[in-house]
Design a protein around this ligand. Structure first.
Ligand code: CTP
Ligand code: MG
Length: 238
């Protein structure tokens, strides 16, 4: 069984409002992307494909792959303007695989536990994402910001990454996307492509409330707290 991780780092990070794209910003001495790559480097995953902006390929090769000895990174490829285009660039770079794990480079606190849970499930169901139950009440509004409905909270989950699929399923979903009349700006995650193009059921397994994506400046402060906690636990266990 060959498992390949596609780690996405081709975004600009507009919501972070920083000069440097957020995946290269430092958290406790290392770039955010370092932590995301390290989680896969130290896991059962066989190979990693890193997707960055064209101009950042040389930087990533020198400052991440070589510097930290990430031996599982076999390719660094250029992403696209939209996230789904970056994912597709990663899929096209795969020669052969059984399973593909797609992960946000800006989601640095992925744990071994989560990877094992998702591995067990994707082998059964072929399409599986991680998520957590929402803690707040969610309301659906109209354009005048008037509440239209309040969905049953027990069925609402916040979806994270990794999003994992059988290789053939995800490849054929992305190939099919170009032929379908789907508004691509509405695609906000990878599972949506498999849902819409293949109508394949997507299983959700429990991620963690600390598996956050670094999106806005306050996430950096929250991220520092999480990383310190992880470092302390590692210290206790070593
Ligand atoms: N991503 C990507 N290619 C894109 C857009 C996003 O590879 N065209 C990656 C980002 O680098 C990030 C992950 O997808 O690791 C999640 O996306 P998001 O948090 O939205 O990052 P950005 O698009 O960079 O941020 P923003 O939406 O605030 O501009
Ligand atoms: Mg984005």
């Amino acid at each position: 069984m060959k498992t390949i991780a596609i780690v996405l780092a081709a975004g600009k990070g507009n919501r972070m409002k920083s000069d440097v794209p957020k995946q290269y910003m430092e958290l406790e001495g290392y770039p955010i992307l370092y932590y995301s790559l390290k989680a896969f480097e130290e896991s059962f995953v066989d190979e990693i494909i890193l997707v960055t902006r064209e101009n950042d390929i040389a930087y990533c090769d020198k400052e991440l792959v070589k510097r930290y000895g990430f031996n599982k990174i076999k390719k660094i490829v250029a992403g696209g303007k939209e996230r789904y285009q970056s994912v597709y660039a990663g899929i096209k770079a795969i020669e052969n695989a059984d399973f593909v794990y797609i992960h946000d480079g800006a989601r640095p606190f992925l744990t071994e536990d989560i990877l094992h849970r998702i591995q067990a499930e994707v082998e059964q169901s072929h399409a599986c994402v991680v998520g957590v139950p929402v803690k707040d009440t969610i309301k659906v509004l109209n354009h005048e910001r008037i509440v239209k409905s309040t969905p049953d909270r027990s069925l609402l989950w916040q979806i994270q990454t990794p999003q994992t699929f059988s290789y053939n399923l995800v490849k054929s979903a992305y190939e099919g996307l170009e032929r379908m009349k789907i508004k691509t700006q509405e695609i906000t995650d990878d599972a949506m492509v498999v849902e819409l193009v293949k109508c394949h059921p997507i299983k959700v397994v429990e991620g963690s409330y600390t598996n956050i994506k670094i999106t806005t400046p306050e996430d950096l402060r929250i991220g520092s707290v999480i990383i310190k906690q992880i470092m302390e636990q590692d210290h206790i266990h070593s």
